[in-house]
Design a protein around this ligand. Structure first.
Ligand code: SF4
Length: 256
């Protein structure tokens, strides 16, 4: 598993962004995450070691742009080069999450066709309104591997008329951080039932910091949020399951 952040920083776009971990971590370091810049690892997929081998070895899953949004408008001038690097490494699997699926076509390479085998895109929908807005666009987009990230899950979600073989997995999760909003376990169970009935893989990614279960509020420290979700044993296997890293937002001071 490798990480590649070709640019850093982002702009909030919907409710799910309110407690964005990029802003939280940057603020702690005296930085403003709304300032978007090309990082020093921009060309990481192409970098080689002295022996001529790639820094990111063949076969790796590369979590791409987890400190920004790959389709951010402020990155429009950098994205074509990023796509070119992705094209040049068919031996890697690039996974990216976006809240801007409506911008998917901006700067898309001419030879994209029906999508590239080495690219998995997750559309993030934190509530019903965003699911209703983003999923029809996502469903129609020519992408070979699609995931739905229902994270941070902020309310009940009915995806029953959306789910089908076009999506490889649905991955709900609660919100983390000191300002986290609650996630109700019933919302997670409902999404699981919908996946079961549609034959779509399901992966309960993390509980979040505040979980309501059977009417009781549980506060869960960061280090246990993924393990507690796993312990619930809700996952339904399938092609897209087990794709996300546990610590895509490493924040050791989060519980302080
Ligand atoms: S799109 Fe993602 S990275 Fe950008 S502000 Fe929203 S939560 Fe943060």
């Amino acid at each position: 598993m490798a990480g590649w952040n070709p640019w850093h920083g982002c702009r909030r776009i919907s409710e799910g962004c309110r407690n964005c971990y990029v802003y939280r971590i940057d603020a702690r370091h005296g930085r403003d995450a709304s300032v978007v810049f090309k990082t020093g690892e921009f060309d990481l997929p192409l970098r080689k070691k002295r022996d001529g081998s790639f820094h990111i070895p063949p076969g790796e899953t590369v979590f791409t742009c987890f400190s920004s949004d790959f389709f951010l408008d402020l990155a429009d001038s950098w994205r074509p080069e990023a796509w070119a690097m992705i094209r040049s490494r068919p031996d890697l699997r690039f996974v990216m999450m976006t809240k801007r699926i409506d911008r998917f076509f901006t700067g898309l390479p001419d030879d994209w066709g029906d999508g590239w085998d080495n690219v998995t895109i997750g559309c993030t929908c934190e509530n019903q309104a965003m699911a209703d807005k983003r999923l029809p666009i996502f469903r129609a987009a020519p992408i070979k591997h699609k995931l739905i990230a229902a994270e941070p899950l902020l309310g009940p979600m009915d995806l029953s008329d959306q789910l089908g073989p076009w999506v490889e997995a649905v991955m709900p999760g609660g919100e983390s951080g000191p300002e986290a909003r609650v996630c109700n376990f019933d919302w997670v169970l409902s999404l699981r039932r919908q996946c079961l009935s549609a034959g779509v893989a399901f992966e309960y990614h993390q509980t979040g910091a505040k979980l309501i279960k059977d009417g009781r509020l549980y506060r869960i420290p960061r280090k246990y949020q993924h393990a507690q979700a796993r312990k619930a044993a809700l996952n339904l296997p399938g092609a897209g399951a087990a794709v996300l890293p546990e610590q895509e937002d490493p924040d050791p001071e989060e519980d302080e």
